[in-house]
Design a binder for this molecule. Structure first.
Ligand SMILES: *Cc1c(COP(=O)(O)O)cnc(C)c1O
Length: 382
């Protein structure tokens, strides 16, 4: 019972509602694994890889232990290391640049586009120049499909091709989204995604996957996933990781993937309703024509006059949680301050870090809860 007679807070994300919808399907899937006991590389892992490939159209799928490992494994399999530079947007979750630094290479941060929050093509070109002036060999770019919307993959691919870089797409927040009618997972050399529970397609722990059409890369990734093993189990041919996806998580994901399209549609209904009602009072997300989003976040920008912390407190008082992704861009964080940024700085990333705020978003946000969010936002900015 709520002692103050206030309605229950709205859920920022709601994993419980999905669990109820799936009923005994998850329990049954888990108990099948408990019966066959192949906890590592069980049949569900292979099944999930096939299901994910069919879903997005990629030729090869390598399931792994997390989205971070997915990114790192591609860099390792491509031999990225000291003396190399990898271009990353600064306005992203830290894993995007972290994996570059972990290989010993240098992340070079570039700015994002103010309308889409995704990598800015002009800044990408500037950043490549900056890296070369520093004597680094520019190997790759990691565009991020932030908050569920695809980056501009045609434009990125064009720059990468002319500059001799490979593209590793960080689709940790956007698996299921489309760019010009094609699902993510099929752009660039490889795509990484995450199945962290809060992502649009999440498991019940950590998980991730890599997508590629390159058969040789897929084989190297399968080796990196298990300590760099070669064809003989105890003759390891490269450095690798313990980066397998648990069979249990694969079994859960197989069931969740079956309802994923329907959930994406539900997220889009929530987003449309928010945008229709809030578009005049705050800056609502901008989905580029030809793109679809899976709405990992519904992120608004407040009018100049509105103080973000006051706004968040006003919503919280109405039982509406908010979150800030990201209060500091990567180049502003202690661990990454010393890495280079594109010449001229990253003004858009810095501005976004000051004025973005994300509203509750999930597939099970019913109209009554949506109304509460909408009303609280209107009250807070008026
Ligand atoms: C979540 C996320 C990752 C990392 O995924 P984990 O599964 O948490 O390791 C990488 N990049 C972006 C953009 C993310 O949002």
């Amino acid at each position: 019972m709520n002692q103050h007679m206030r309605p229950e807070p709205v859920a920022f994300i709601d994993i419980g509602a999905q669990r109820r919808r799936l009923g005994s399907k998850i329990d049954d899937a888990v108990s099948r694994v408990l019966t066959h006991c192949q906890f590592i590389n069980g049949p569900e892992v292979t099944q999930l890889e096939a299901d994910l490939a069919a879903f997005c159209g990629a030729k090869h799928v390598v399931a792994c232990a997390s989205g971070t490992d997915a990114l790192l494994m591609v860099l390792m399999a491509q031999g990225v290391g000291p003396g190399d530079a990898v271009i990353c947007p600064s306005f992203t979750f830290c894993a995007t640049g972290e994996v570059v630094a972990l290989t010993g290479a240098t992340p070079v941060f570039v700015d994002v586009d103010e309308a889409t929050f995704n990598i800015d093509i002009v800044s990408l070109k500037v950043g490549i120049g900056t890296a070369r002036k520093l004597g680094l060999k520019v190997k790759a770019v990691i565009p991020v499909d932030l908050f569920g919307q695809s980056a501009d993959h045609d434009a990125i691919g064009k720059v990468a091709k002319s500059e001799g870089l490979f593209v590793l797409d960080d689709a940790a927040q956007a698996f299921g989204a489309t760019y010009k009618g094609r699902r993510l997972g099929t752009f660039g050399l490889a795509t990484a995604t995450s199945f962290f529970p809060a992502k649009p397609l999440g498991c019940f722990g950590d998980g991730g996957a890599i997508f590629t059409d390159d058969a040789d890369l897929a084989e190297r990734l399968r080796s990196v996933r298990v300590h760099g093993q070669g064809s003989e189990k105890y003759d390891n041919v490269r450095l690798g990781l313990t980066a397998r996806l648990d069979t249990m998580q694969a079994a859960i994901l197989i069931e969740k993937l079956k309802i994923f399209e329907d959930e994406i549609a539900a997220r889009n209904r929530v987003a449309s309703r928010y945008s229709d009602t809030l578009g005049d009072i705050v800056t609502v997300p901008n989905v580029t024509a030809g793109n679809t989003s899976v709405w990992a976040q519904y992120t608004i920008r407040l009018p100049n006059s509105a103080k973000r912390d006051v706004f968040a407190d006003a919503l919280k008082a109405q039982g509406i949680p908010t979150a800030i992704y990201y209060p500091k861009s990567m180049h502003q964080q202690t661990a990454y301050k010393h890495y280079p940024v594109a010449e001229g700085g990253l003004p858009v990333s810095e501005k976004l870090s000051q004025d973005v705020i994300s509203l509750p978003m999930h597939a099970y946000l019913d109209p009554a809860a949506q109304d509460r969010v909408i009303k609280a936002v209107c009250d807070a900015v008026s």
